[in-house]
Design a protein around this ligand. Structure first.
Ligand code: MF3
Ligand code: CO
Length: 249
């Protein structure tokens, strides 16, 4: 079922999203060469808890950490560990907040200074895909208009989109209907209405679209081990159009 959120719910989800945006900013400020990915996760968890929230991913379907940190060929769901950030890495950070029972979900990929130009271009095109997709989240449009936009921009730049994972409704739960694939023909699926809140989630690979999940049951890598980037925002559709909740201006 697809929730149309009430004004009260929207205000709560907005608060959750603002805490998430501040958390992501805090993490970004701590990304540097030599930092263990587990340290970034700890910083995020402490920040969320000290502001009255809970890390929404922790223990979600058994997920063992507070956030996901996915380096280079890791597409999503990288489990924080003793691995240290390198100067040439691209670092995807994905986090979720549960504040008073209301959920938000957002991700970004950060290019370390010495990452190759090829990697940096992948990261900027993936970010463009997210913002172009958000422009398609409009009253009267259809779900697959969002999907199509992501695929079109990624493929026009020579990249591929992940098919096994999707964006989703968010707010009352971490994952709600509908699913929002990163590919497809436009003009299909559900009609977009005011009061919908979606986690629009773009995963773009430099090489093949195919991914595989490692033995830990989470870490998702590209089949060809080429890099992948990830950007995601929690977005509210009002009468006036899409509003990004997980961004502080
Ligand atoms: N943003 C991701 C998603 O929507 C992260 C979930 S990680 C999990 O699926 F651990 F919570 F599953
Ligand atoms: Co998500």
């Amino acid at each position: 079922m697809i929730y149309i959120k009430t004004n009260r719910e929207i205000e709560q989800i907005r608060k959750s999203s603002v805490l998430l945006a501040k958390t992501l900013k805090e993490i970004k400020e701590n990304i540097r060469v030599g930092v263990k990915t587990s340290v970034l996760s700890k910083i995020a968890e402490d920040y969320i808890l000290s502001n009255g929230g809970k890390p929404a991913f922790k223990n979600y379907r058994g997920y063992p950490a507070g956030i996901c940190v996915s380096l280079n060929e890791v597409v999503i769901h990288g489990i924080p560990s003793d691995t240290k950030i390198k100067d040439t890495d691209i670092v995807s950070i994905d986090a979720g907040v549960n504040l008073n029972g209301f959920f938000s979900d957002s991700a970004f990929t950060f290019s370390m200074p010495k990452a190759s130009e090829k990697k940096k271009r992948l990261v900027s095109v993936t970010k463009e895909c997210l913002f172009k997709a958000i422009e398609k989240f409009q009253v009267g449009g259809k779900i697959s208009d969002i999907s199509h936009q992501i695929q079109k921009h990624a493929e026009a730049n020579g990249y591929s989109v992940v098919r096994q994972f999707v964006g989703h409704g968010v707010g009352i739960e971490l994952h709600e209907d509908p699913q929002i694939p990163n590919f497809g023909k436009p003009g299909r699926g559900l009609v977009l209405k005011p009061g919908m809140i979606f986690a629009i989630e773009v995963m773009v690979n430099m090489g093949t679209w195919e991914v595989e999940i490692l033995k830990d049951g989470w870490t998702t890598v590209t089949k060809d081990n080429l890099p992948s980037a990830h950007f995601e925002h929690t977005v509210y559709l009002s009468n006036k159009g899409p509003e990004i909740l997980s961004q502080i201006h």
